[in-house]
Design a binder for this molecule. Structure first.
Ligand code: PEP
Ligand code: MG
Length: 326
């Protein structure tokens, strides 16, 4: 199988009936970039920037951040790199930010909320991303957006940062990088139609979307059996988000763990998702599965699935989407 997976790198990611699917990688460390190339990723769909802030007493400055980002952008050689602003808080704590015991960290001051309460942090990070953007195509991604107001506030800060950089004579990409949001809060998914008209792209984060939709802590093993990516509520929110993105004519991808599971990737395709971002190691397996699928068939089976309630019946359909025909 290793040889087979190796050969897959050079084959197009397309369904049996000829629809191209974009497969991208989720990364956090530059050390993962070899695997990204080996997997044949067509870009980075999620660059988590938390690592830079972890396990240190101080905060990374603008130049340090530019240097960190530049490595990824240059190594991707012209393929898009989607850079997410800081997503600490919740299960991801950073000493340097003095984030200690929040009564309920998953619902507390985290991600974009934290950035908006610490504008110095957000300004530095946006400036670094914008500066790095002259080295290749980048996209700016905001985590855990819950309402349009947050997006509007970030855009104001973004525009100020752009003006400041221009005043400093710093060269910027033209056009400026697209500004997109993660859809991972159920309230945001339900307002996807309005949000889609106010940003440039969506990245659906199923890890958090499932956690918040089903009220299941993604890190608590005692409720792990209830963490169900195929719960009808989750599928409906994804479908609504994809339809809203389509109507507003903005790109949408999925970058949660669901995208990297061959059994679930087929369901995402059936829901209309044509761009998947996953850990690089999963790309060959997902590509292999998608190449055996007919899109029309995936659509039909997913539609059947959407009308069901019984978890076992739903799960059985997902199995058929990934079944191995030899
Ligand atoms: C997600 O929530 O699905 C996601 C991709 O973000 P993270 O796992 O970093 O929270
Ligand atoms: Mg998330």
């Amino acid at each position: 199988t290793r040889r087979l997976l190796g050969r897959l790198r050079d084959l197009p990611a397309e369904t049996r009936d000829g629809t191209r699917i974009t497969l991208m990688a989720n990364v956090e460390l530059a050390g993962e970039l070899d695997a990204v190339h080996q997997g044949g990723a067509e870009g980075i769909g999620l660059l988590r920037t938390e690592f830079m802030f972890m396990n240190r007493p101080d905060l990374p400055g603008e130049d340090e951040q530019v240097a960190f980002l530049r490595t990824f952008i240059e190594r991707m050689g012209g393929l898009p790199v989607t850079i997410r602003t800081l997503d600490v808080g919740g299960d991801k704590l950073a000493v340097s930010l003095g984030l200690d015991d929040s009564p309920n960290p998953a619902l507390g001051l985290r991600a974009i909320r934290l950035s908006l309460s610490r504008l110095d942090l957000l300004r530095t990070q946006l400036a670094a991303i914008l500066r790095a953007g002259i080295h290749g195509p980048v996209r700016i991604l905001l985590p855990m957006v819950g309402s349009i107001e947050e997006l509007v506030q970030v855009r104001q800060v973004h525009d100020q940062v752009v003006a400041d950089l221009r005043a400093r004579g710093v060269p910027l990409a033209d056009p400026l990088p697209p500004l997109g949001i993660m859809i991972e809060v159920p309230g945001a998914a339900l307002c996807a139609d309005t949000l889609a008209r106010a940003c440039d792209f969506f990245a659906i984060g199923t890890n958090d979307l499932i956690q918040y939709t089903l009220a299941i802590d993604r890190s608590d093993p005692s409720v792990g059996h209830l963490y169900n990516p195929l719960h009808p509520a989750v599928l409906r929110l994804i479908q609504f988000t994809v339809l809203a993105a389509g109507r507003a004519n903005i790109p949408v991808s999925v970058c949660g763990e669901m995208a990297g599971d061959p059994r679930l990737a087929g369901v995402l395709l059936g829901l209309g998702v044509m761009s998947l971002s996953m850990s690089a190691n999963n790309i060959p397996r997902v590509k292999h599965t998608l190449r055996r699928l007919a899109l029309a068939d995936a659509r039909e089976r997913t539609a059947t699935m959407m009308a069901l309630n019984d978890p076992q019946a739903i799960s059985a359909i997902a199995d058929t989407l990934a079944e191995r025909r030899r």
